[in-house]
Design a binder for this molecule. Structure first.
Ligand code: BMP
Length: 400
């Protein structure tokens, strides 16, 4: 671990004021409010199990980590699917969603994987992570994609066309298609307004509107042409459009009753998205070198507005103004009855474990990530509480 950095002695409430990323500031406040520095790694088999677990363990955690690609029955519907349901549980219990996707590829590919495709990770995961073996440009590419996404959703275009415009019920449209459609609707609206104004000024003595000329009728027909899907009715009776600020993470809304519950004591998470750099791993024989870890630190400093911090085995803040957050997997408590801070055996498949006290108090991480230690327990909610208490105690010990 680097020389004792100032952030190691600062309470989370203090760090909430100085962290450079808005989501990190929010997360530190949430940690302080819930007295929790616990992340659950919800590595279960089915979407049903995932949602049940998130609902039961939600009160004890500040981050829920997913691997969406190991969940069978993941529903990709952005409005009502598994991501949207997780987002509702995150609001209800006050936690952030971290998709442990470990992106690694050329910039263009990761942009597409992050924002589009089947899972549309950016829509429902506040946080994701990247292995930067492919080079630092990948981080810039993801940062640009996130900034573009934020710009797009910050003002939600609400268009309601009551008659005549085909409504898409497809969820796999690309961003460009969706934007083109929105733009076409905007143009359509402006033409409608012009026509209404013309009609108003052309009303005859009896107050009846005059007929549209052939060219205007053709405009209306053209307006119905969206991706080759034509509406069968030419006249549009109502077009309403408004721009409304979107509240995060209410981007994907489920329609189910009760999904509007919001955790008390703090506002909803900001709309920003954040990245953690996979700087070190918990597994035996990990090939990540010191140089690679240092490159992660440099990349984080270069992209402070997008990189929240690291998945690492120790604190990596070293420059005076580093304010990154650290999350650490490979965490387990010895079985009940054994020495609280004693050694913990690995899983026989390369995973190595340390106790919350070692990782937080000694190695200086901020949040411990626990998977099977909780999911494999007879009563996951009470085991999560046990982990929360131990991890918080280790944090308080570090401050003392
Ligand atoms: P468990 O606590 O059951 O060993 O699970 C650890 C989780 O953290 C897994 O989801 C794994 O993919 C992830 N993880 C890890 O174990 N070590 C790392 O270095 C990075 C990880 O993301």
């Amino acid at each position: 671990m680097a020389d004792r950095h100032i952030t190691l002695s600062q309470p989370f409430a203090e760090r909430a004021k100085t962290a450079s990323h808005p989501l990190t500031r929010y997360l530190f406040r949430l940690m302080d409010l819930k007295a929790s520095n616990l992340c659950l790694s919800a590595d279960v088999n089915t979407a049903r199990e995932l949602l049940t677990l998130a609902d039961r363990v939600g009160p004890s955690i500040v981050v829920l980590k997913t691997h969406y690609d190991l969940i069978s029955g993941w529903d990709y519907n952005p409005q009502t699917g598994t991501g949207a349901k997780l987002a509702a549980l995150a609001r209800k219990h006050g936690f952030l969603i971290f998709e442990d996707r470990k992106f690694v590829d050329i910039g263009k590919t990761v942009q597409m994987q992050y924002t589009a495709g089947t899972a549309r990770i950016i829509e429902w995961a506040h946080i994701t992570n990247a292995n930067i073996d492919a080079g630092k440009d990948m981080v810039r590419a993801m940062a640009e994609a996130a900034a573009k996404w934020k710009e797009r959703i910050n003002y939600e275009v609400r268009t309601s066309v009551t008659v005549g415009t085909p409504v898409s019920d497809q969820f796999d449209e690309s961003e460009e298609q969706a934007q083109a459609q929105a733009q076409q609707q905007l143009q359509s609206q402006s033409r409608q307004q012009q026509q209404q104004q013309q009609q108003q000024s052309q009303r005859d003595d009896k107050g009846e509107p005059q007929r549209l000329d052939a060219q205007e009728e053709q405009h209306q027909k053209d307006d119905q042409d969206v991706d080759g899907r034509k509406g069968s009715i030419v006249s549009v009776t109502t077009v309403t459009q408004s721009f409304e600020p979107a509240h995060s993470p209410r981007l994907s809304k489920t329609n189910e009753e009760g999904d509007d519950a919001v955790f008390p004591g703090i506002e909803e998470a900001p709309v920003d998205r954040g990245l953690l750099l996979l700087a070190q791993m918990s597994s035996k024989g990990c090939l990540m070198t010191k140089n690679y870890t240092q490159a992660c630190v440099e990349a984080a400093r270069e992209h402070k507005d997008f990189v929240m911090g690291f998945v690492s085995q120790e604190a990596l803040n070293s420059a005076p103004d580093d304010t990154f957050i650290h999350m650490t997997p490979g965490c387990k408590l010895p079985p009940p009855g054994e020495e609280e801070n004693g050694p913990v055996e690995g899983d026989g498949l390369g995973q190595q474990y340390n106790t919350p006290d070692k990782l937080i108090n000694v190695c200086g991480t901020d949040i411990v990530i626990v998977g099977r230690g909780i999911t494999g327990a007879g009563d996951p909610p009470s085991e999560a509480e046990r982990y929360r208490r131990k991890a918080w105690k280790a944090y308080l010990a570090r401050l003392a």
